[in-house]
Design a protein around this ligand. Structure first.
Ligand SMILES: NCCC[C@H](NC(=O)CCC(=O)O)C(=O)O
Ligand SMILES: NC(=O)OP(=O)(O)O
Length: 311
């Protein structure tokens, strides 16, 4: 069993309930991962994913080993039949096979280029690991998805929902850099599986991949979208249409306390204060961001537990 996308969740309510059970008693399955090794390979920066996934492994009695692949490892070639006379020193065929001998599960973080849409959408890094590794693969944020985050967010919303079918808004917010679509995509996919009223708010030119958003309503008017919201999940992403470009930095899309009203604020972190969201939101009880980051441990622990049980 691999965990590479929100679609790998067969029954989200059951997964959420099991994650809550793990959270209540995190060390209950400390024997399950005994003598098993989790390899964490990072092609990009991380704070939460790197630490919470290790913590999850430790809670299951596994031994995590971590590598910053970009920079520390040899440059990995992903192309088939490439004459490797350039900057890459070893092929994914060898790298994945070798790492599989050291690890019982391999977790990978590899962000998109945001330049070559087709290549990013092919998920060539994650898929190559899945193809050439002989052990299960976990996605720690790939070009198009961040399913550990999406599962975390579903757990957090379930914990904080005060009504049977809460209204959840995914809102784009400004940022100075071109950011990936992965977090937004996985959040959309998670909410589509939940019993919530779900809408998206983003400026024109910022619609996410329509194959992912499907029939989820998209508003270009933030105020209208926020009406009666219980949860406002905020994230910047670059344009999908004009792939990887920053086509709008309108500060009026920043989340303020006034706009939020009684809704809870959510963000995957890291967040740029007073660009994406004002201090007045993050520094009050309206913000769930620290609790979300805590739930990363239990989402990862649930995924690792399911993989270990399947092995
Ligand atoms: N893993 C959570 C988000 C990671 C990444 N954010 C960033 O790159 C923010 C960088 C910055 O603010 O400089 C993203 O949007 O996918
Ligand atoms: N939310 C999240 O994935 O954070 P990191 O990028 O710090 O791992």
């Amino acid at each position: 069993m691999n965990y590479t996308s929100i679609h790998d969740i067969d029954n989200i309510s059951a997964w959420i309930e099991e994650a809550k059970t793990l959270k209540a008693n995190p060390l209950k399955h400390i024997q399950l991962g005994k003598n098993k090794v989790l390899g964490l390979l990072f092609f990009n920066s991380s704070l939460r994913t790197r630490l919470s996934t290790q913590k999850a492994a430790l809670n299951l009695g596994m031994n995590p080993i971590v590598m910053n692949v970009s920079g520390d490892a040899w440059g990995i070639e992903f192309g088939d039949g490439t004459v490797m006379n350039g900057t890459t020193a070893e092929h994914i065929k060898e790298a994945a096979a070798v790492v599989s001998q050291y690890c019982d599960i391999i977790a990978v973080r590899a962000f998109p280029s945001l330049i070559d849409k087709e290549k990013d959408e092919s998920e060539h890094v994650l898929k190559s690991f899945a193809k050439y590794a002989s052990v299960p693969i976990v996605n720690m944020e790939s070009a198009t998805g961040h399913p550990l985050q999406g599962l975390t967010d579903a757990i957090t919303i379930s914990e904080h929902a005060k009504v049977a079918k809460p209204k959840v808004v995914l809102s784009w917010a400004p940022h100075i850099k071109a950011l990936p679509h992965a977090v937004g995509n996985s959040f959309v996919q998670a909410m589509q599986k939940m019993d919530v009223e779900f809408v998206i708010a983003n400026p024109k030119g910022y619609n996410l991949n329509p194959e992912i958003t499907g029939d989820t309503p998209i508003y270009h008017n933030q105020e209208e979208a926020f009406k009666d919201a219980d949860f406002v999940y905020t994230k910047n992403w670059s344009s999908y249409e004009d792939y990887g470009k920053v086509v709008n930095t309108d500060p009026n899309w920043m989340i303020t306390k006034e706009k939020l009203g009684n809704a809870k604020f959510m963000h995957c972190l890291p967040v740029r204060r007073n660009v994406v969201v004002e201090d007045a939101v993050l520094d009050t009880d309206s913000s769930l961001v620290i609790e979300q980051a805590n739930n990363r441990t239990y989402a990862a622990q649930l995924v690792l537990k399911k993989i270990l049980e399947n092995a």
